[in-house]
Design a protein around this ligand. Structure first.
Ligand code: MLC
Ligand code: AMP
Length: 524
């Protein structure tokens, strides 16, 4: 068995080079040609000075170049740092500095965004133009004195004379593979480090549980810079030598049309917002004739109503599962058994999960709500630069504290009921109120600010900012929204800005967000 995803691709390229790996905008990329490009990219990185363990940032939309660069970074001995393309100044400065990113694969607009920042570790930007391959370097040096090179020109470094001396080795299973940023309870996201063996253990469990085979074809419209699209969708495909039909982004009408146009599509993975839009589309224009054999939902709670509505229209039950950046996938409804609405099923093969008391940390019996803990070979190696947070995240006997609350039924189905940490999940993206509160607090016209999540029909939850204006000219809601948008990912901007005279606080001065939410729901 392969010890890494890139090793699986190398093996597949030897065994069945003609087999389709990725289909993107009508173009099919075989395993043979994919691996050829991966080797070129890896050699180019080494020729350009990459040392084993160096961080390679992926700040890029979905494309074959993403897949090539990702695997190429691994083959060169690099560690991939995943960066959401919506991130702006605050997130980018923190992540690229914290992870000491040396090479960054990005788009022209991503490069422009990075140019305004001080990033001492960054030595080279590799720029992917989505629509026209650029033959020559875009610029030798840009304003921030970070060298840039066009993706195509960079690949050519991988077959130039300097690359002859480069010998590539498949990464060791214990080597670091990816850093995913998550959980900013302190306002700053932490980089979760996953090893190649964590990724392989998880994808082995996932493919087994979901009966995923080399003959499956996945419609992959999730972003590759997060766990769901990458460590489930892309990894499963490549690990098995299967095929993914990759999309730049999700569109409900296009998704339903694709099921009809390509009956070989057998799998679809999405966040609940995507399923809500698919259902709405089918209600208006009808369900397609052909359907994948398996629909999987995760990253946010799938409402029982949507689960049932989907079943009514499509005649299939969505398989809901539960995961995290730190662990990949933890819990899944069964493929063959009952897929139960409102639950996330039980542990994947080879993994353990339990419910513990949040104070005493002892295991709780069925039907009692506590915190979900998980253990197994899929669990990450720790947060980079944060030994304190890593130590805090694990129990002495190796259980990872997920921060999610739930209970388990007598017959082993877990139900998630809430979160022990403050977290808003909007359209499958995690948003930490503290990060937005910090930005709001830096606005001169804001006296105090609290951010809460309120129900949203499309996105599940939406960001609401509650503001006590500072003395003087009060800010407008528009000003507040654009202030956030300049500094943070656009999906984190408040959808509502509410001005109040004071925030409800407890005796210790802490904002009582449950009271605030209740007040807003009542409209008082
Ligand atoms: C986009 N926008 C959002 C948003 N997505 N706002 C709030 N929440 C979101 N999730 C905003 C943009 O900022 C932009 O605003 C406007 O919507 C249009 O952007 P878009 O890209 O065209 O949006 P859309 O196509 O509608 O995106 C919706 C979506 C997308 C559901 C397709 O959010 C998505 O791909 N979500 C998947 C996230 C994901 O992969 N999560 C997995 C994390 S891993 P403006 O104002 O700038 O125009 C994980 C572990 C696990 O959680 O268990 O899987
Ligand atoms: P992230 O930190 O971005 O990896 O997001 C992981 C979080 O998403 C988990 O800790 C949960 O809070 C949430 N999550 C993932 N899957 C589900 C699900 N099926 N139901 C409810 N919450 C989920």
């Amino acid at each position: 068995m392969a010890n890494s995803i890139v090793e699986a691709v190398a093996k597949q390229a030897r065994r069945q080079p003609e087999r389709a790996a990725i289909i993107f905008e009508g173009k099919t990329i075989s395993y043979g040609s994919l691996y050829g490009e991966v080797e070129r990219f890896a050699r180019a990185l080494v020729v350009s000075g990459l040392q084993r363990g160096d961080r390679v940032g992926m700040f890029l939309e979905n494309s074959p170049a993403f897949v090539v660069s990702y695997l190429g970074a691994h083959l060169a001995g690099g560690v991939v740092t995943l960066i959401n393309t919506q991130y702006r100044q605050v997130e980018l400065s923190h992540i690229l500095t914290d992870a000491a990113v040396r090479f960054c694969v990005t788009s022209p607009s991503g490069a422009t965004e990075l140019r305004s920042l001080v990033l001492p570790n960054l030595t080279l930007q590799i720029i992917v133009e989505q629509n026209k391959p650029v033959a020559e370097p875009v610029a030798e040096r840009d304003a921030s004195s970070v060298a840039s090179v066009a993706y195509e020109a960079f690949l050519r470094r991988g077959d130039g004379p300097a690359s002859d001396a480069v010998s590539l080795t498949i990464p060791a299973s214990d080597a670091p593979a990816i850093i995913g940023y998550t959980s900013g309870t302190t306002g700053r996201a932490k980089g979760a480090m996953l090893l190649h063996r964590n990724l392989v253990a998880n994808i082995t469990a996932i493919t087994t549980a979901w009966h995923w085979t080399p003959d499956d074809r996945l419609l992959l419209a999730l972003p590759l810079f997060h766990t769901h699209g990458l460590a489930v969708g892309l990894h499963g495909t490549l690990f098995l030598g299967a095929t993914a039909v990759l999309r730049r982004k999700f569109d409900a009408a296009e998704t339903l049309a694709a099921f009809n146009d390509d009956p070989a599509i057998s799998l679809f993975f999405g966040v609940p917002t995507m399923y809500g839009r698919i259902v709405a589309e089918a209600q208006e224009h009808g369900a397609p004739r052909h359907l994948p054999r398996l629909f999987v939902s995760g990253s946010a709670p799938l409402s029982p109503h949507l689960f049932l509505e989907f079943e009514r229209i499509f005649g299939q039950r969505i398989l809901e599962r539960y995961g995290m950046t730190e662990t990949g996938m933890n819990l899944t409804n069964p493929y063959d058994g009952e897929r139960r609405a409102g639950t996330v099923g039980g542990p994947f093969p080879g993994q353990e999960a339990r419910i513990v008391d949040t104070d005493g940390r002892f295991a709780l019996p069925p039907a009692v709500i506590g915190e979900i803990e998980v253990r197994g070979p899929h669990v990450f190696a720790g947060y980079i630069n944060r030994p304190d947070a890593t130590a805090e995240a694990f129990s002495p006997d190796g259980w990872f504290k997920t921060g999610d609350l739930g209970w388990v039924s007598d017959d082993g189905y877990f139900t998630i009921t809430g979160r022990a940490r403050e977290l808003i999940i909007s359209g499958g993206y995690n948003i930490y109120p503290r990060e937005i509160e910090d930005v709001l607090a830096s606005h001169p016209a804001v006296g105090e600010a609290a951010v809460i999540g309120m129900a949203d029909e499309d996105m599940g939850e939406q960001v609401v900012a509650v503001i006590v204006p500072a003395v003087g000219e009060p800010p407008t809601a528009e000003e507040i929204v654009s202030y956030c948008r300049e500094r943070l990912a656009s999906y984190k901007k408040p959808r509502q800005v509410i001005f109040v005279a004071s925030l409800p606080r407890n005796a210790l001065g802490k904002v009582q967000k449950h009271l605030l939410s209740a007040q807003l729901e009542r409209g008082t």
